[in-house]
Design a protein around this ligand. Structure first.
Ligand code: LLP
Length: 426
């Protein structure tokens, strides 16, 4: 047997020319469940989480999986069983955590636009912390908590004004972003929070962006947040935990982000050097826990040679994999059956949706024929969770692989599923 692992994609490899996720052949899954089909490796998720656990071992900490990256119930259940909490950004995400058996006490609630109803539900469920993003939100949360006769645990999300050096759409820690409370307003905001009867200050929070591949922006954020902690505590307000958000990147196209354990070694050294070694640490990783654990299998429908470009038309589209259309993101695309030595052609890989923006990969050298399958890699994060029903395409099915066992964790949506909530006027 020949084994050819895909660099950067642990647990995804060619065995005798057949793409496998752990011990399962992707072609068999496509035949059994149809395409487009998302396939996730549980071992890859476990390994990604283990790197954070190693990095934070011996410290008071809580890993809160940023479930917006992939909020499928079975994925949440896996992380809940590993002891993770969850970073949520909506009432809907809270319901998913509860449905998957997650512990509400380990839930933190981020986001700039929490509604009163969402706050009420989260308080009743007993979540661990609200990451408050503005002074106005602080007042509303206080009022809702007082109404319920409880105290809301809060942490203020500060905007540390550091450049995460990533795509502008996913950079969040700069002054011009809508996120967090400005550095200069932080102390005043904490002083206000400390006065309000419905609030209990428990921490401080930041998140500087996503797909970060360098250590330096994190070190800057650590410094800036610790400066604030010292200032706030000097004013008599105790801060229990420090939440450094998520953001660690993955390898999409030769990207070389630090490993989570190596990153945390450096960040903890900085915290120790500044005398904050004993502080409880929260983190909110999303992409780095699931991104490279998943792929999307798609069938080649047609090859369409052209004067300027050749198109490879597949059955997955921008509604399944929105990242290329939204961010010009690169996802590697590989054959499900490797044909060693076969002549390749250069194609734009596109979907059936009626938009020129519906492309999955540009100028890819592939040896494929209609009826064969391709796999879009790095599709575990921000793909299914961002998918839509555009063009009345039902959402894809999902399979979770654990060793040689493959479990269907989401059925393919039917057309009827896509218009179930709609009402025809009489
Ligand atoms: N915490 C907060 C407050 C966040 O806003 C995010 C992501 C995370 C944690 C998790 O970040 P991660 O570890 O996944 O980088 N749709 C975009 C990414 C948007 C990220 C939004 N916030 C994409 O597909 O690249």
């Amino acid at each position: 047997m020949t084994l050819a692992p895909l660099p950067g994609h642990p647990h995804i490899a060619y065995r005798d020319g057949e793409l496998c996720v752990e011990g399962v052949r992707v072609r068999d899954l496509a035949q059994q469940h149809g395409t487009p089909l998302f396939v996730y490796s549980q071992a890859a998720m476990r390994d990604a989480l283990a790197a954070y656990q190693r990095g934070l071992a011996g410290r008071r900490h809580q890993i809160c999986y940023a479930m917006k990256a992939n909020s499928t119930l079975a994925v949440l259940q896996f992380f809940a069983r590993q002891g993770c909490g969850f970073d949520i950004v909506s009432g809907g995400e809270l319901e998913r955590v509860l449905a998957a058996g997650g512990d509400p006490a380990k839930v933190i609630f981020s986001g700039v636009g929490k509604t009163r109803a969402e706050m009420r539900r989260a308080l009743q469920a007993g979540i661990g912390c609200f990451n408050v993003e503005s002074e106005a939100e602080l007042e509303v949360l206080d009022a809702v908590a007082v109404e319920l006769g409880v105290q809301a645990p809060v942490s203020i999300r500060v905007n540390p004004n550091v450049d995460a050096k990533t795509h502008p759409y996913i950079s969040t820690g700069l002054k011009g972003n809508k996120f967090g409370v400005a550095h200069e307003r932080t102390l005043a905001t904490y002083q206000r929070a400390a006065q309000l009867p419905g609030l209990r200050v428990v921490g401080i929070d930041c998140h500087i962006g996503s797909q970060i591949t360098e250590v330096a922006p994190y070190l800057d954020a650590v410094d800036r947040v610790l400066d604030l902690v010292q200032e706030i505590e000097a004013h008599g307000i105790a801060i229990d935990h420090v939440d450094f958000g998520g953001g660690l990147g993955i390898n999409y196209q030769g990207d070389t982000p630090p490993a989570a354990d190596a990153l945390w070694q450096q960040l903890l050294a900085r915290m120790d050097a500044r005398g904050h070694g004993q502080r409880k640490i929260l983190i909110e990783p999303g992409r780095s826990l699931v991104g490279n654990a998943g792929l999307c299998v798609t069938e080649v429908l047609y090859l369409k040679p052209g004067e300027q470009k050749n198109f490879c038309i597949v059955d997955a589209a921008m509604n399944d994999l929105p990242r290329p259309a939204m961010y010009q993101a690169y996802h590697a695309i590989v054959p499900v059956q490797g044909r060693a030595g076969a002549a390749t052609q250069v194609y734009d890989v596109v979907g059936p949706v009626c938009e020129s923006g519906d492309w999955l990969g540009r100028e890819r050298a592939l040896a494929v024929q209609p009826g064969e399958h391709l796999a879009v890699l790095s599709a575990g994060a921000y793909c299914m969770s961002m998918s839509s029903n555009y063009n009345t395409r039902g959402r894809a099915a999902e399979v979770l692989v654990d060793g040689t066992r493959a479990t269907l964790i989401r059925q393919r949506e039917s057309a009827a599923d896509t218009f179930r909530a709609e009402i025809l006027p009489k």
